[in-house]
Write a protein that binds this ligand. Structure first.
Ligand code: B12
Length: 226
């Protein structure tokens, strides 16, 4: 299969929520055709770069999933099936993305803020950071501000990344930044934020250092900050 066709088929199978060949998928007619696991393995065998498979294949189509949810075509279990398919593909890609790792460039604490369960984007950022040589302390999802602040303090971390995918939970980023200030940690910790509803304007408003659209933007920012 050609590179573009493989990446497109990975994206289609993410939308269908198909992890492996025996899965039926949301629409009819997919059964027994290769799904995310088989296609990601084929893409690696064909020499397509792991980051292209991740960005152009696995995660690009999550916008389509979001649109289908918005119009009512997809319900929460369908969104979850797509998320699961992305996760299965990421599990295969992770060791390949980490191969690039070199010497430690410092600690990076990352978390999805309180009330928010979305973690695909955060996990991508975490993997790319690890691949670039950062020691990532990933606190997971729905993390209270107090726990984020304690962790930054414990590790003396120079970098903190916050993720939020909901317009309601992005407001919980303020609390983290205020808490860092109160703990006297704000000057020694650079904070970047991300997630679809956030923006540079919002970052400025809450006093974060930077908003990043994707994992590549974080790496560029860190390079410039070093
Ligand atoms: C998958 C998904 C889910 C899954 C999440 C599974 C998981 N393990 O993550 C499940 C089913 C659990 C879910 C639940 C809900 N969801 Co949802 N979900 C999505 C969906 C379809 C995809 C998100 C995604 O993974 N995108 C792909 C990744 C790669 O992109 P990303 O997250 O944006 O990350 C990139 C950048 O933003 C950036 N980035 C992200 N984080 C960070 C952090 C840092 C530090 C940096 C630097 C960069 C960075 O880099 C990433 C890589 O490029 C979106 C639609 C969308 N278009 O985003 C809706 C969406 C976010 N969900 C939505 C909603 C409403 C919900 C629910 C409230 C639904 C409900 N009624 O219960 C619940 C809330 C649960 C909760 N408390 O969090 C809405 C949000 C609306 C809003 N404006 O607030 C959306 C936009 C769908 C829609 N169009 O209506 N959801």
């Amino acid at each position: 299969m050609e590179t573009q066709e493989l990446l497109d088929r990975i994206a289609i199978n993410v939308v269908q929520g198909r992890v492996e060949a025996e899965d039926e998928g949301f629409d009819e007619g997919f059964e027994n055709q290769p799904a995310v696991i088989e296609l990601v393995e084929e893409a690696l065998e064909n020499g397509i770069s792991p980051s292209d498979i991740l960005i152009k294949g696995l995660t690009s189509s999550m916008t389509v999933v979001g649109e289908k949810f918005e119009t009512g075509e997809y319900l929460i279990p369908d969104m979850l099936a797509s998320a699961e398919a992305v996760g299965a593909g990421m599990d295969i890609l992770t060791p390949h993305l980490l191969k690039a790792g070199i010497e430690s460039k410092g600690k990076f604490v990352i978390a999805t803020v309180s009330g928010d369960l979305h973690d695909i984007g955060k996990n991508i950022v975490a993997i790319m950071l690890k691949g670039a040589g950062y020691e990532v302390v990933d606190l997971g999802v729905d993390v209270p501000a107090s726990r984020i602040i304690e962790t930054v303090k414990k590790h003396n971390a120079p970098y903190l990344g916050l993720s939020a995918l909901l317009t309601t939970t992005m407001r919980n980023m303020d609390e983290v930044i205020d808490g860092l200030k109160e703990a006297g940690l704000r000057n020694q910790t650079k904070v970047c934020i991300g997630g679809a509803p956030t923006s540079q304007d919002f970052a400025d408003q809450i006093g974060a250092d930077k908003h990043c659209n994707d994992a590549f933007a974080v790496l560029d920012w860190l390079k410039a900050a070093a």
